[in-house]
Design a protein around this ligand. Structure first.
Ligand code: A2H
Length: 256
């Protein structure tokens, strides 16, 4: 862990339909008409257009926490993230954490959520990512396989063994739409995955290298080729999409 402060954008993916297992665990704990959001923490808000699913750690413990009593809004996050949020005006009061339910990541798999600005207007699924860390961000990750090598690697793994992971193949079989033109083409994650001979999400070393190279080429030298800011540099689009999402109450900033 570094010593700097990392500022994330948490995108609000509203729950449309809970998985069967989540319904069992939640029972009648979610208040009527409440909105419950999965809130992936991202450093690349300009990539929301390419979200194909959303990851949780299957063995990670999550809670459902009150975000805003006025708006009847709740979030799914780790207790650790909820505590941090309580000191960033992202809870009912300063330092106040209100938890209404407790679940394990695997309970959440299959839940259907809304993905703002993405190509998938009918929603995307919550899917398992075994390499996801429980102590970073909200422990919820937006899957953007076009631009994140980790997301690409997990997507391929889930596509190979849907039964093993207890998911439906169509939940993960989504077209990967190019979002960003880079000096190494417009599907940087796939290109690096293949170039570095990566075979699975467990290939930690080459994946770390791919992540670094993808960030350099995508974030610093990339140009948007999709969405409202096509033609703009990725760095400009990052600010513009971030602002658009917060203006429309579709995201908030979270630091740790
Ligand atoms: B990024 P840093 Cl397109 N476990 O968002 C594992 N990974 C996590 C995580 C967790 N608990 N919480 C966040 N992340 C991921 C988009 C993205 C990201 C793209 C390209 C690169 C990239 C879509 N996934 O990150 O350690 C999230 O994935 C590469 C740096 O705080 C988040 O941003 O620097 C990033 O890691 C945060 O990593």
């Amino acid at each position: 862990e570094g010593i700097g402060v990392q500022e994330y954008t948490c995108v609000k993916l509203q729950t449309l339909e809970w998985s069967d297992r989540a319904k069992e665990v939640l029972g009648d704990k979610i208040p009527k008409d409440a909105k419950v959001y999965f809130i992936p923490a991202t450093l690349r808000p300009e990539t929301v257009y390419g979200m194909t699913c959303c990851f949780v750690g299957p063995k990670v413990n999550y809670g459902v926490f009150l975000l805003s009593p006025e708006k009847n809004e709740y979030v799914v996050a780790t207790p650790r993230a909820a505590r941090n949020m309580a000191y960033q005006a992202l809870s009912p009061g300063w330092g106040v954490v209100t938890q209404i339910a407790e679940l394990v990541g695997s309970d959440l798999v299959g839940t259907l959520v809304n993905a703002p600005l993405s190509a998938y207007k009918d929603g995307i699924r919550i899917l398992p990512m075994e390499s996801l860390k429980d102590n970073k961000g909200t422990a919820v990750v937006a899957c953007v396989p076009s631009d994140s090598p980790d997301d690409y690697a997990t997507t391929l793994e889930l596509q190979k063994k849907p039964d093993y992971f207890g998911i439906k193949k169509e939940w993960v079989d989504k077209e990967i739409v190019p979002l960003i033109e880079t000096p190494k083409g417009n599907l940087i994650a796939k290109t690096l995955y293949e170039e570095l001979g990566i075979n699975s999400p467990k290939d930690a070393k080459p994946l770390a290298e791919a992540k670094e190279v993808a960030y350099k080429l995508g974030f610093y030298q990339g140009t948007m080729i999709f969405g409202d800011y096509a033609g703009k540099s990725v760095q400009d689009a990052r600010t513009l999409v971030g602002k658009q999402l917060s203006d429309e109450d579709l995201a908030f900033k979270y630091a740790e």
